[in-house]
Design a protein around this ligand. Sequence first.
Ligand code: PLP
Length: 401
Amino acid sequence: MSATAAPSSPHVMNTYGRLPIALSHGQGCRVWDTEGRAYLDGLGGIAVNTLGHNHPELVPALQDQIAKLIHSSNYYHVPGQEQLATKLTELSGLTNAFFCCTGLEANEAALKLARKFGHDKGIERPEIVVYEAAFHGRSIATLSATGNPKVQQGFGPLVEGFIRVPLNDIDALKKATEGNPNVVAVFFETIQGEGGIHPMRWEYLRQVRELCDQRDWLMMIDEVQCGMGRTGKWFAHQWAGIKPDVMPLAKGLGSGVPIGAVVAGPRAANIFGPGNHGTTFGGNPLAMRAGIETIRIMEEHKLLENAANVGAHLKAALERELGGLAGVTEIRGQGLMLGIELDRPCGVILNRACEAGLLLSVTADSVIRLVPPLILSIAEADEIVAILAPIVKAFLEEPRK
Ligand SMILES: *Cc1c(COP(=O)(O)O)cnc(C)c1O
């Protein structure tokens, strides 16, 4: 990529290491940059663009809503909130939803729910179990819950009241909480995203559910990245046949329109009352319409099945091309949430894939992450593999740095 193609942003705060391109428009799973170069979108704006780009049913619906009402206020009833909450409770088997604008905001609300759940039963210093390598956002509370020192570095003092445990180890969870009457909740991602596509085992989810029931803890599952159909079920924990008490959502819920939600079951649905929590933009008519239409279009076009089928095809193809190679540690994930872990840091693959016309990300230093739009076709999945496999092979043949 030529240096002159790099757009510079001298007045934008320097919070991201950015690739030297700027995207201008998209169609389906394809996007174009301002220089006219095309890319296959294996990232979907980080698991956000559920319906890809310029979806022929989503765009007119959003245009219609913008012309009617973008924002009103939570001072009034917002009919779209009732409609989307009803839909989300149907899909999840839970009972009530609160709407906000981002993933961290949804998680922040979940953490507040857990603390108030504790206070309401007389626990003055509630503690919440969180996990190694977890990612829950970048507010002070959610970065404190996050299990990555890089995210926390420079922002202490951290919020207290978290107990950290390893994944998939029920004995470690029992030991870490033994005899502690202040524990109020267990909080985790069904499949860790930023942490490197690490799934919780279904058996472990069932064990945690049982423990939460026994001890009267809230089971809070951050489905911000793995939810909304990405794994082939509406929510990734549904593969284990369990239901959480609290489920934060965001990313894919609005196909690109900022939206977050906390969906709660009977044990958590009535913890907040008027004045306990709020947000100016949350639940606005435009975001609600985006959520409603996203789900409607997903149902109509059977995108859960597509995510499962195309995801399985993609994973099998990646296994075939890369699975046996020295240097490839593991290929993990489910549906259209896949990670290829290498035995060394591989951030440069992001740049090389971009130069070759494929957008993806590298997370946790050594995990190539694919979270494309859920409309991805088999042919497009094959194209991802055709671009990516040679890049990974060439990378692994280079001398280690
Ligand atoms: C992205 C992400 C968040 C944070 O969402 P934002 O919208 O960036 O605040 C929280 N949890 C998980 C699991 C995520 O993947």
